[in-house]
Write a protein that binds this ligand. Sequence first.
Ligand code: ZN
Length: 456
Amino acid sequence: MTENREPRTLLVGPGTVFTPERCVPGGGVWIREGRVERVGEWGELRRRAKGVRLLDARGGIILPGFCNAHTHLYSALARGMSVPGAPARNFVQILERLWWRLDKALQEEDVLASAMVGLVECVRCGVTTIIDHHASPNACAGSLDVIRGAVEKVGLRASLCYEVSDRDGGGREGIEESVRFARTLRTRPSRHVGALMGVHALFTVSDDTLQACVAAAREEGLGLHLHVSEDRADVARNVARYGERPVMRLRRHGALGPRTLAAHCVHVDGREIGLLARTGTLVAHNPESNMNNAVGYAPVGEMLRRGVTVGLGTDGMTADVLREAKVAALVARHHGRDPRKGWDEVRRIAGEGTREVVGRVLGDKIGRLEKGWSGDLVVLDYDPPTRVGVENLWGHLQFGIDARHVSSVVAQGKVLMRERRLTTVDEREVMERARERAKGVWGRMKNAKQAMENGK
Ligand SMILES: [Zn+2]
């Protein structure tokens, strides 16, 4: 167990604090025992919070820590990899040629190396909470413990799950890992880590496996986390094999509900959106990944209008959720051919939607600098060329502020980065280790491809 014993009582300021609904210029944030105690005028806070450790914000902007509603830490070692052969023609080929080869090549040490890279990058980008979806079929047992160790070491917060899939006939092992991990968390709780029951997607799980996941989740008190209708192929295969669309199939298995997180939902029809809304199912929108895989654009406008809670994720494309929010706004306008999109719609997804998703998944008050909420914040050394207030913060977040402005990061009252220096891990060591491990992973992927071709 690597829980850090550093006191979690801290005073951060002076700076312009956004709660984010309220702006306190010349203010600060007092965090006590990992929770926000008070946001107020800096001089007053200094008088009240005597003898407390200080984090100098140097007059910067102080925001709640950023959150990522859907990501894959295990994707880190794919960076810069060139996939041999002709470019993938469609989404399923992208999975077969890249991601399903990568996850099979991962050994336990690689799971750790990828997680460390992903987590370090989260801190650099001001991200203090993530919801992760993990796969390593040849290093499944114990993999969630390995990631838990990394999360606790770096110091942020994560909901973890193992993606169950029948694609290699390995559904049972994934369920066992999820159940084992949930029980470990009960006997050895962590203030950094929560758990969900992961499922890859409905086109890779049989009815029996899906039913077993839903039953195990119920028994262990876990929510579900899966990819839903990311590509048309998911819909087509479910209709062909089971005679129903993915969301309808989830309903038949009793898998929808306020503790289910459905990533993507690009190809959901009106009836399915109605079901997502009525059951309170959570959705994670990942526009960069959707564009990268050329799978289409999720009907987020309609989902919001009909009352679905939609948060923002990066799907492992990047740790930078600010970049994702910018892209989300641009593609909303571009796709809708309407410059009004991307303001209210995307602000709701990146703001209250994401807050609701991570708060519900992790069962805590995350994403606001108000008394009693988790003491997670970022300090930005952004020197704005125009004034910043509550009314135009979103404009600055879209067109001014980005990850390079993140100078200090605090999670649950603990400083993870102070003036651009990570405090909990040696970043160079993490990257060196990752490069070492990547050699082996890339080699195994190449061999697997060769073996497959020889076997044909
Ligand atoms: Zn994903």
